[in-house]
Write a new protein. Sequence first.
Length: 410
Amino acid sequence: MKANFFPQIAILSVFSTILLMPSASKSDDWSVFRGPQSNGISLESDWVVPKSDAPILWKAEVGLGYSAATVADGKVYLTGHNGTDSDKVFCFDEASGDQIWVQTYPQPLGDLYFQGGTTGSVTVVGDRLFHIAREGEVFCRNTADGSVVWQISLQKDLDYKKPTWGFSGAPLPHKDRIYLTAGESGIALNQKDGSIIWKSDDEEAGYATPYLFEKNGRELLIFTNKRYYNCVDAGTGEKLWEVKWMTRYGVNAADPIVSGDHIFISSGYGKGATLLKWDGTGEPDTVWKSRDMRTQMNAAILIDGYLYAVDGNESADGTSLKCMDMLTGETQWSDTSIGHGTVSVAGGKLIVLTEMGELQIAPVSPKAYTPEFKQNVLKPRIWTVPVMANGRVYCRNAGGSLAVLDLRKP
């Protein structure tokens, strides 16, 4: 039985996710997975669509993996695997690409039905960075040299079973806590020392990053496991509701999207999507279900009521970049030319990296996908979202090649 899969994780509540923005980072940094508002949208506008090929500022090799770049305070962080027995965490100078430090720790390749390597991205909060290894080691490191401040094992110390493709999802910071996708409905640790604030029961976790939003003045989180999307109180971990969501391989990898009273959920392997409505009391109601949007790895991006995402499984016919009306579930357009690529947004533009390694830029529009810029930047394959930070676009392929393009205004 072949499961062509990589759990590269990955919403939206335009207002509530501002809570997640690390105070020590600039708004045009990208210090947490999916950007400063955890929705796949860069806040910066000081960049231009090139009229010809954009200059490549610097390149690096970081090993096998799919974690996206994290950019904060003049530094860039990525992880990768050496192909045999260990992971590495890299820190580069944002401007020059000079390697500042690298730290290594033992880790199996984990190449179950894919080539293996690192998955969840690094999270930066001030002078600390947080990341999760696929075997469940959770690290807090100094950003200055990568040395370990504290470390805990989700398997050995907390007795959580490892998901089929390993622990994934990026650590989510909020106030003095760091939230992790583990167990039935997550765990909250103290950022300072890794001590447990609350933890959920054991269950095979999903692969999405914890999603924080506010409802009726209450801070809430949505977590995934192999069978459910769960909503809990961020302060206590108390479960408020659960929505059963079964996929063929128990893979719930895409973050939900919350907008007002609506919650969008989607998974791959033919499962499809649903729109829920929840006023903050009782259980959510189902607005619609559809198989027209199946986000296998990366979550959709919501802009002006429309969802933009890659629909379908990698290596499957018909996989496409798609635009869907969130409230009705109606597809507006579909473009199969990018394969199982990835997308982020900046300045009203779709920043698309095709599965074959071409960077494309197109206006955000529910009418059509019309790229106004294309440039081959990497060899295939690419399942990792392009990151726009400080006028630079970070493109990474599965083999670990990183290309940094300069889109800053002259």
